[in-house]
Structures are given as structure tokens and as C-alpha cells.
Ligand binder design. Structure first.
Ligand SMILES: [Zn+2]
Length: 491
């Protein structure tokens, strides 16, 4: 062994020693942090503690098998531990001190009803002005442990059973910190939940749809490139080379625009399906400050807001139509006096959003045009298939017109400063559903804004949000525990 080799080896040894000590210390710190958070106590649901338990379990496995960890993997393990520690911030921010805790239990219950009891949700505020979904965490840790060949994956899975997470899923839904109390805007949660279903659909079906159109897309892209090539390139072979290179890149971009566009549109469709015009109204307000016609290529492949809102408005079409409906066997006018301002406000939005006729500029690039031609051709079937994955299926959307009498009752309670947590009057009242409370809050807000343009001061708005949050909490408690409480009372 020459001197250079020997010094290289001792440098490696020297670095490995540092890393091994570092990893051991990190494991210890993360386990303690997770334990302290887990036992800190003030969470609205047990889900944040489940994530702590998952992190502690995974980190303990890394610690227990540190001696077997190959030296060349220590750097990766160290980075993995850092990213694991970052996950604890979701737990920390979901403490009741940071969240509108009164609605978290009801919201998690509502979300579980749509995707199954084995899915758990941490709901937390974030400083960026956005709603988002992260996870799934159990699968993330499973894949990570599987990639560490020196840790017996079976042992990790057995430990998962001990913390009751086998075949379970944990997600984190974030909402904008500045809208902490905004129960009306939280109708966007339906869209975020949609990301779970959309991901399943994209994984199972998108490849098949793309394969069916890929050749045609490439052919048309090729024709368009050839037309735009400068006449100065005369050599045919040279032309072919340029065209072939571009076709493959542009077809990939088309696929990404279509895939991401479909994902977002599916999420919107799910939001409206679950929460009806309340979800549409939340998106109308959310998008008011944003460009409506942004080119997807300039905004991370997101579909333009005008396009998204149109599809949502179409889905709510039946709720915006004036007509006679039957309520408890009696014919009645829809939307009626209480719901009319809200329905008119949505219809007005529909007219204002309509295009003047010309093709929008964002469709000019062939990659976007091709992606949206695919979306438009397949949308009806995709939407139906995806909504069918929800409980009740595609035929059971939330319809304001079917909840007419309930929404009127709840909106009138808001007018009287009463939390709209039950329908009817005691003792013949039934607990109100989260979807009805959110829609009633929207009906009340728009009615007030139209009747009295001066309405809408911070205190007006805060009162409305607090009444809605109170109602969501009380409605949930009553629907979950009411019958048991009544039984106890009777004995
Ligand atoms: Zn989204």
C-alpha cells in the first residue's frame, strides 16, 4: 500500500467515524423530539401522535441497526434523518394552539368518510397562502426502510402492527394561516382530498389513455415543427434530426400538461361533488386575485383558473336554475328568497367568466392544445369514473336544490346569531352536516353582502366564521355522541 492509498483510507475511516456518531446522536434527538410532541397532549385528534409513533419506530430501527449500516450509506442515512425531523413540523403546527380546533375532528371525520377509516389526516396551518396535501407518510417510511437493505423490513412491519398502523395511511392537509378561522374558504379541503383519489386514478389509468393517443400527438407535433422550420435548412437529413429531437421533448411536455391538468380538474370535480356550490364559491374567491388565463406552461402545468371555474360551474348547473321543486311533497319555488342572492351571485360569476369567443392565448402552443384536446375528449368519462370511486358514487353529488329546506333553516339561524348546528327546533332537531353548514354560511354571507353593501367588516366576518365553526363542532359532537348522551340522560 502506498502512502496516498493509506491516507485516502484513513480519511474515509475518519469521516465514517464522524458520521456514525452524528447518526446515533440524530436518532436520539429525533426520537426524543417525537416522544415529547407525542406526549405534549394538546392535539384535536390522535393523528399527529400516530405520525410521531411512526417516526419514533422508524428512527429506532435505524439506531438499532447502526452497527450493520455500510459505511458508504451513512451519508444517505444522515440526510434521511434530517428530512424525517422536518416531518415533525406538521405535528407541531397541528397543536390546538395553532388550528381552529373546533372543526378539526369534524373535518377529519368527513374526510375519512370519503376515503376510508384507515386514512388519517393531520390538519395544520401554513404561512404560504395555499391549500395543500402531503403524504402518504406510512408508504414513504416503508419505501425508505426497504431501501436500507441492512434493516430487516419484516421487523419494521411487525413494529407497525404494534402502533396500529398496518395498512393505514397518514396525510397532512395544510390551509393558509391567514385564513385560520375562514370556515367558508375551507370548502377547498374537498379539492385537497381529491388529490388522494386523483393520484389513484392517474396511477391506474392515465398511462393507458396516453398510450392510445401518443402516436397521433407525435405525428401532429412533427407536422407543426416541419412547417415552422426555416427554409434555410435545406439538408433533409439535418431537418429530420432536428425534428426527431424536438418531437420527443414536446410529446413529453404534452403528456405532463395533460396529466397535471387532469389531476387538478379531477380534484376540483371531487370538491364540487362533495361540497356543492360552497366549493365553487370558495374557488371563485380564492382565484379572484390570480390571473384567470395563465398559460399552463408558465405556471407549473396548472390549468387556467377560468377553465377550472367553468367546469365547476357546469357541475353546479342544476343548482343555479330557477324552477319549481317539491319540498316535503309540496311544490315550492327554487331558489326561493333566502338562497336566491347566492344563486344569482354564482350565475353572475358564470356570465362574467364567459369568453368573448376567440381562442384564448394559452391554447396557442401545440403542446397545450394537444393536451387539452385529450382532456376534452376524455373528460366526461374520466369524471364519471373518478366520482364513482367516492362513497355513494357519481350519481350522488351534493345538490343545493335537494338540501333547500335545510339550508334555508340553517341560514336563518345565522341571521339570528345562532350557530347553525341543527336542523329544526329542539326537541325535534337533527344535527346539521358539515356540507350543509358550509353552504348555509355562503348563502348567508352573499345574502348579507347584497342586502347591505356595508356588511363585511372584520367583526361581521369573524362572527360568521365563529358561528360556522361552532356549528361544525356541535353538529359533529351531536351526530357522533348525541344518541348515546340521550340514552344516558334517559336512565
Ligand atoms: Zn390541487
Amino acid at each position: 500500500m502506498n502512502q496516498e492509498e493509506s491516507s485516502g483510507q484513513s480519511e474515509r475511516q475518519w469521516r465514517d467515524d464522524i458520521l456514525r456518531r452524528q447518526v446515533r446522536l440524530r436518532c436520539h434527538v429525533i426520537k426524543n423530539l417525537a416522544w415529547n410532541l407525542e406526549n405534549g397532549g394538546d392535539f384535536p385528534t390522535p393523528t399527529p401522535q400516530k405520525l410521531c409513533a411512526l417516526i419514533r419506530h422508524t428512527v429506532k430501527m435505524i439506531e438499532d441497526h447502526l452497527n450493520e449500516t455500510p459505511a458508504d450509506q451513512l451519508g444517505n442515512v444522515s440526510l434521511f434523518l434530517c428530512s424525517t425531523a422536518e416531518h415533525l413540523r406538521y405535528v407541531e403546527r397541528s397543536r390546538t394552539a395553532h388550528t381552529p380546533w373546533s372543526m378539526i375532528q369534524a373535518t377529519e371525520h368527513f374526510l375519512k368518510q370519503q376515503v376510508g377509516e384507515d386514512s388519517h389526516f393531520i390538519i395544520r396551518p401554513q404561512w404560504s397562502y395555499n391549500y395543500s396535501l402531503v403524504g402518504e407518510f406510512v408508504a414513504h417510511y416503508q419505501t425508505s426502510v426497504q431501501s436500507m437493505a441492512w434493516i430487516p423490513a419484516r421487523k419494521w412491519e411487525d413494529g407497525l402492527a404494534a402502533i396500529q398502523l398496518t395498512d393505514n395511511k397518514i396525510y397532512c392537509i395544510a390551509f393558509p394561516r391567514v385564513g385560520r378561522l375562514d370556515a367558508l374558504l375551507h370548502a377547498n379541503w374537498g379539492h385537497e382530498l381529491g388529490h388522494i383519489i386523483a393520484a389513484r386514478w392517474v396511477h391506474a389509468k392515465f398511462g393507458q389513455i396516453w398510450n392510445g393517443v401518443e402516436d397521433g400527438v407525435k405525428k401532429r407535433i412533427g407536422e407543426s415543427i416541419r412547417k415552422s422550420l426555416p427554409a434555410s435548412i435545406e439538408e433533409e437529413l439535418f431537418k429530420d434530426l432536428i425534428v426527431e429531437q424536438s418531437i420527443s421533448d414536446m410529446a413529453n411536455t404534452t403528456m405532463e400538461v395533460a396529466r397535471h391538468g387532469l389531476t387538478e380538474l379531477i380534484c376540483d370535480a371531487i370538491g364540487v361533488h362533495l361540497l356543492g356550490p360552497g366549493a365553487l364559491a370558495a374557488c371563485l374567491e380564492f382565484s379572484a386575485g390570480l390571473s384567470l388565463d395563465e398559460n399552463p406552461l408558465q405556471c407549473r402545468n396548472y390549468p387556467p383558473w377560468r377553465y377550472r371555474l367553468h367546469l365547476m360551474l357546469d357541475a353546479c348547473h342544476g343548482d343555479l336554475k330557477e324552477r319549481k321543486i317539491k319540498v316535503n311533497g309540496r311544490e315550492s319555488d327554487y331558489p326561493g328568497e333566502v338562497l336566491r342572492p347566492f344563486c344569482e351571485w354564482l350565475s353572475e360569476g358564470k356570465q362574467l367568466l364567459a369568453h368573448a369567443g376567440d381562442e384564448p392565448a394559452w391554447r396557442q402552443a401545440i403542446v397545450v392544445r394537444e393536451a387539452y384536446a385529450l382532456i376534452e375528449r376524455e373528460w366526461k368519462n374520466i369524471r364519471h369514473d373518478v366520482l364513482d370511486l367516492l362513497p355513494g358514487g357519481a350519481e350522488k353529488p351534493y345538490r343545493l336544490c335537494e338540501r333547500h329546506a335545510i339550508i334555508e333553516d340553517l341560514a336563518k339561524k345565522l341571521c339570528d346569531d345562532i350557530p347553525p348546528n341543527e336542523v329544526g327546533c329542539w326537541p325535534n332537531a337533527t344535527p346539521a352536516r358539515l356540507e350543509d353548514i358550509v353552504n348555509a354560511a355562503w348563502v348567508f354571507k352573499i345574502k348579507k353582502q347584497i342586502e347591505n353593501p356595508g356588511w363585511g367588516s372584520p367583526s361581521d366576518y369573524e362572527r360568521l366564521c365563529r358561528l360556522a365553526l361552532k356549528a361544525i363542532e356541535a353538529g359533529f359532537v351531536d351526530s357522533e355522541f348525541g344518541s348515546r348522551l340521550r340514552e344516558v340522560n334517559a336512565t
